[in-house]
Ligand binder design. Structure first.
Ligand code: GLP
Length: 244
């Protein structure tokens, strides 16, 4: 366990380039690689940068395995709000990673039992090489809403009012945001060989400071990054770090 490596960059474009360098290095490693890619707006520029590197012929990602980070519950098949669709548009298609290489989170039937089976399968595969994460304004990672403890498992969760308000910008309004979701647990995320947390914009200033400089605890799930087993890189743009 070591302190997170904090890198402050000028702006969102620099964040995208610096993040793409970190991810490309992991993808280029010898042997099979497993990555958890966050959805949300923060990493979109980085994924576009990776797609550009691939388009230049400098990155081959077809053999990467993907583990889904989070997904809404209660959606019909084909619903435009599915986070799998977001990941498909921003990560899988641009990087030419086939759907068959994705471990999708369970959303049907007995979700809690299916989540337990999911964690067993994931554990049998070995550690995740890289978890790419964003930061909720309430300190969540994935949909590990406060309070979430460091041992939390993959599970169904109720979204907090903070998250519903923050996610309204994706879908048109708060009434359009599903109220339940499934998320990888912090136990899985904190066990990754490496973690890349991306934080952009002044709206994340207070929470990124709390996560990295405040007390470690379940009220700010991202604070547990300071207890992660692997290497943690926190890439923050100046607006998020300085708050202006
Ligand atoms: C969302 C997602 C997270 C995402 C985070 C930040 O609610 N559950 O996976 O990383 O909040 O999102 P954004 O990057 O859009 O600010």
């Amino acid at each position: 366990m070591a302190d997170p490596h904090l890198v402050v960059v000028d702006d969102a474009a620099s964040l995208a380039r610096a993040g793409a360098d970190v991810v490309a290095d992991v993808i280029r490693a010898d042997g099979p690689v497993t990555i958890v890619p966050a959805t949300g707006e923060t990493p979109v520029g980085m994924y576009a940068e990776l797609a550009a590197v691939r388009a230049r012929g400098d990155l081959e990602a077809g053999a990467v395995s993907i583990v889904q980070l989070d997904e809404y519950l209660g959606l019909e098949p084909g619903d435009r709000r599915a986070l799998f669709g977001w990941m498909d548009r921003t990560v899988l298609q641009p990087l030419a990673i086939d759907d068959s290489r994705v471990m999708r989170l369970p959303t049907d039937g007995d979700v809690d039992a299916a989540c337990a089976a999911f964690d067993r399968d994931l554990g049998a595969r070995g550690a995740i090489d890289l978890a790419i994460l964003g930061l909720g304004t309430n300190g969540h990672l994935g949909f590990n809403e406060p309070p979430s403890d460091a041992a939390s498992v993959t599970r169904a969760v109720d979204l907090t009012p903070d998250t519903i308000a923050a996610n309204a910008r994706y879908w048109g309004g708060e009434d359009d945001v599903p109220t339940r979701a499934v998320t990888l647990g912090l136990h899985t995320l904190l066990g990754a060989r490496s973690i890349l947390l991306l934080v952009s914009g002044a709206s994340k200033h207070a929470i990124v400071r709390r996560a990295l400089e405040g007390p470690v605890g379940e009220d700010v799930p991202a604070s547990f990054l300071r207890t992660a087993q692997g290497a943690v890189t926190v890439l923050v743009d100046r607006a998020a770090w300085e708050g202006a």
